[in-house]
Design a protein around this ligand. Structure first.
Ligand SMILES: [Zn+2]
Length: 276
C-alpha cells in the first residue's frame, strides 16, 4: 500500500512540475515588440509618392503588411551584442524576442502606462503596465469583450529585466540551472519585457494561466477576436517547434491590427510571418 502511495505522490509531483512548465513557459520568455505604426502609416500615405520605376518598392508601399514584414524581417533585425543575438528593433511593435533573440541588456520600454482594464489582483505592481499603444488596444479589446458578455481579467503584463532576473535566479538557486531554463526565461528573452505582451484569463476558470482557459468561452472568444484589436495568440497550439513554447492561450501580444489580422488569417506564428 505504501508503495502505491509513493507512486501516487511521484505522479502528483510530476504533474505539478509539468504544470509549472506550462504556466511559466512562454510567459517567462516573452519578447517585446515595438511600434511599427509609423511604418504602416508611411506605407499607406506614400504609395502615390513612391517611385514607380521600382515595382517591388511600389508594391510594398501599397501593402502595409508587406512593408511591415520587410522592415522587421528576422534576419535584418538581429546583431551580436555581448556574445548574444540581440534584436535591433526593440521598440518596434513587431519585435521578435524568443529563446534565440534577446533584448538589448537592460532594455526598458519608453512609454509604459497602466491600461484601464480589470486585473485579477488589486495591488500596484509593474505587471499592470504595457506600452501605450498596446494598453489602449487592450482597453478596446476588454470593452468589446464585456459588450459580448465575456469577462476577461488581465493577469500579468510588463516584466522588467530585473524582475525576470530575480525570478530566474530563484529557480537556479532552488532547482538548478537546467530546471530553471525549462520553466523560466533567461533574463532579456521574455516577451513580457517588451511591454507588448500580457497574460489574460477569466474568473470562469479562476484566472489561471493554464490551457483550460483556451477551452473556456472566454478563451475561445479571445482567440477569435484578439486580432481585431491588434493582438495575436503568440504561442499557438502545435507551435512549439517554431516559437519555442507550448500552447499558451492566455498570452497575447500586440503587433497592430494589420499584422495581427494577417497572422490570424494565415494561422501562422510571428516568427513565420517575419520570415522564418
Ligand atoms: Zn505570458
Amino acid at each position: 500500500m505504501s508503495r502505491m502511495k509513493h507512486r501516487r505522490t511521484a505522479i502528483m509531483l510530476l504533474l505539478l512540475a509539468m504544470s509549472s512548465v506550462l504556466i511559466l513557459g512562454g510567459c517567462g520568455t516573452d519578447t517585446p515588440k515595438e511600434n511599427s505604426s509609423e511604418t504602416t502609416q508611411t506605407g499607406e500615405i506614400d504609395p502615390a509618392l513612391a517611385p514607380n520605376d521600382d515595382s517591388e518598392a511600389g508594391e510594398e508601399a501599397n501593402d502595409p503588411v508587406a512593408a511591415l514584414q520587410t522592415e522587421n524581417a528576422l534576419a535584418q533585425t538581429v546583431e551580436q551584442q555581448n556574445g548574444k543575438a540581440t534584436v535591433t528593433n526593440a521598440e518596434s511593435n513587431l519585435v521578435v524576442v524568443n529563446k534565440e533573440r534577446s533584448l538589448p541588456d537592460g532594455y526598458e520600454p519608453p512609454d509604459l502606462v497602466e491600461p484601464n482594464v480589470k486585473f485579477s489582483f488589486s495591488e500596484a505592481h509593474e505587471k499592470r503596465h504595457m506600452r501605450k499603444e498596446a494598453a489602449e488596444a487592450l482597453e478596446k479589446l476588454f470593452a468589446n469583450a464585456e459588450e459580448n458578455n465575456i469577462e476577461l481579467n488581465a493577469v500579468s503584463g510588463y516584466r522588467s529585466y530585473k524582475r525576470q532576473q530575480s525570478l530566474y535566479s530563484y529557480y537556479v538557486d532552488t532547482q538548478g540551472e537546467e530546471y530553471a531554463s525549462r520553466v523560466s526565461a533567461v533574463p532579456g528573452t521574455s516577451e513580457h519585457q517588451t511591454g507588448l505582451a500580457i497574460d489574460v484569463s477569466s474568473p470562469s476558470v479562476g484566472n489561471v494561466l493554464e490551457q483550460v482557459f483556451g477551452d473556456s468561452a472566454e478563451g475561445k472568444w479571445l482567440a477569435q477576436h484578439a486580432h481585431e484589436f491588434g493582438f495575436i495568440i503568440r504561442y499557438p497550439e502545435d507551435g512549439e517547434s517554431i516559437t519555442g513554447y507550448l500552447y499558451e492561450p492566455w498570452h497575447i501580444r500586440y503587433v497592430g491590427v494589420e499584422a495581427a489580422t494577417a497572422v490570424y488569417n494565415n494561422k501562422t506564428t510571428l516568427e513565420q510571418f517575419l520570415g522564418e
